[in-house]
Design a protein around this ligand. Structure first.
Ligand SMILES: *Cc1c(COP(=O)(O)O)cnc(C)c1O
Length: 397
């Protein structure tokens, strides 16, 4: 008799594990083994969560906020989230449009599940955040990639979007500021894309996770503010992880039209229920204790901006490297195609020989680039840059 268990599901066999988490884990393992690794692989702020947010969570925990909460979030938090969309963007948002989920990643997945059926196509501009294609596949839908290289500032154009449409296209994914490129679309650029999406009756998933990490006076655009037609079809995902250095808390937010928000909440009610109840009180403090939060965010932004400009200038001084100055998030995405190696070879040899960790661009659907995160110390950036320059010099000999 056959004693081996049956094969795992198609879902389990087809999933591609997160390559960014894998590179980060490898760099951390090398560090733990005593190796002097300079890691540019981090996908999270190198700061700790501000104290007043932690205190609010601890108070809630001690006060017995340890039971199930309403699936879409505790009422004061949903109110605070709706209110901040009104204050920041002038949107007439109501709490019933808000769903709080265990991490912005899950908000994205639920948004896709609520709008896409098997056979539907989802347009994903590349370079893309690594999870979108896998989420689309888990919904039984098909990702359609549109490559946007550094010649167009890594931005999707209306013409490229139009060329990718088919009768089965159901959803457009946008992510500004972008992970991995840091690119920030202007309001006019987004309006032109939304016009195409409205004309072809698509849903839009707007991942605005980095809306507050933005430099050079650039302004974030909340996609739902572009027009009533945009608002009626857009699922806005944002959260606490990146802005407030709360990645481990697992709290993200959806703002969506009422029927979509209801569907997302119902899906969540069967998949995860509410976000950890006492953690939601910490998130609430991030939004309501405004002055302390603003001061903490300003400190992080100052550091990110200084590192961004330094890293950008130094990368462009390395012969063979070409790097755009991104206006958002905490990543740069230099072009390394001139060295004649694949980005995977480039990254793995860089890690082996110089112990510098970067993520290959092909992980994000864009061959010939690498992603560097500057959510790391100035010291690591300086040391890592010197090693990278030495490595690149050896490739040109
Ligand atoms: C980090 C990130 C998220 C999700 O963050 P969570 O930690 O799940 O809240 C979503 N989208 C992008 C583009 C990200 O970089």
């Amino acid at each position: 008799m056959n004693s081996a268990p049956p094969p795992l599901s198609t879902w389990a066999r087809n999933i591609a594990p997160s390559p960014t988490l894998a590179v980060d884990a490898k760099a951390k393992a090398m560090q733990a083994a005593g190796e002097d690794v300079c890691s540019f692989a981090a996908g999270e702020p190198d700061f700790d969560t501000p104290d007043h947010i932690k205190e609010a969570c601890i108070t809630a925990l001690r006060g017995g906020k340890t039971k199930y909460a309403p699936t879409p979030g505790i009422e004061p938090l949903r109110q605070a989230i709706a209110a901040r969309y009104t204050a920041e963007y002038g949107l007439a948002a109501v709490p019933a449009q808000v769903v709080v989920s265990p991490g912005g990643k899950f908000n994205c997945y639920l948004g896709i599940l609520a709008t896409c059926s098997p056979g539907d196509e989802v347009i994903i501009p590349a370079p893309y955040w690594v999870s979108y294609p896998e989420m689309v596949k888990l919904a039984g839908a098909t990702p359609k990639f549109v490559l946007c290289d550094d010649a167009t500032g890594f931005k999707l154009t209306p013409a490229a979007l139009t060329a990718a449409l088919t009768p089965r296209t159901r959803l457009l994914v946008l992510n500004s500021p972008s992970n991995p490129t840091g690119a920030v679309y202007t309001r006019a650029e987004l309006a032109a894309l939304v016009a195409v999406a409205v004309q072809h009756n698509l849903y839009i998933l707007s991942d605005e996770m980095y809306e507050h990490l933005i430099y050079d006076g650039a302004q974030p655009t909340c996609l739902a503010t572009l027009s009533p037609a945009a608002e009626a079809r857009t699922i806005v995902v944002a959260g606490f992880s990146k802005t407030y250095a709360m990645t481990g808390w697992r709290i993200g937010t959806t703002l969506a039209p009422l029927p979509i928000a209801k569907a997302i909440s119902e899906l969540q009610s069967q998949m995860s229920s509410n976000v950890t109840t006492f953690a939601q009180y910490g998130a609430l403090a991030a939004l309501t204790e405004r002055e302390q939060t603003a001061a903490a965010v300003a400190r992080m932004l100052t550091a990110f901006d200084r590192r961004r400009r330094h890293l950008h200038a130094e990368l462009n001084r390395i012969p063979g490297v070409r790097c755009l100055l991104a206006q958002g998030a905490f990543y740069l995405f230099p072009n390394i195609a001139s060295f004649g190696l694949t980005d995977r070879e480039f990254s793995s040899r860089l890690l082996e020989t110089e112990k510098v960790a970067v993520v290959p661009g092909s992980a994000f659907g864009a061959e010939g680039y690498v992603r560097l995160s500057y959510a790391t110390s100035d010291e690591t950036i300086a040391k890592g840059l010197a090693r990278l320059a030495r490595f690149c010099a050896t490739l040109r000999r």
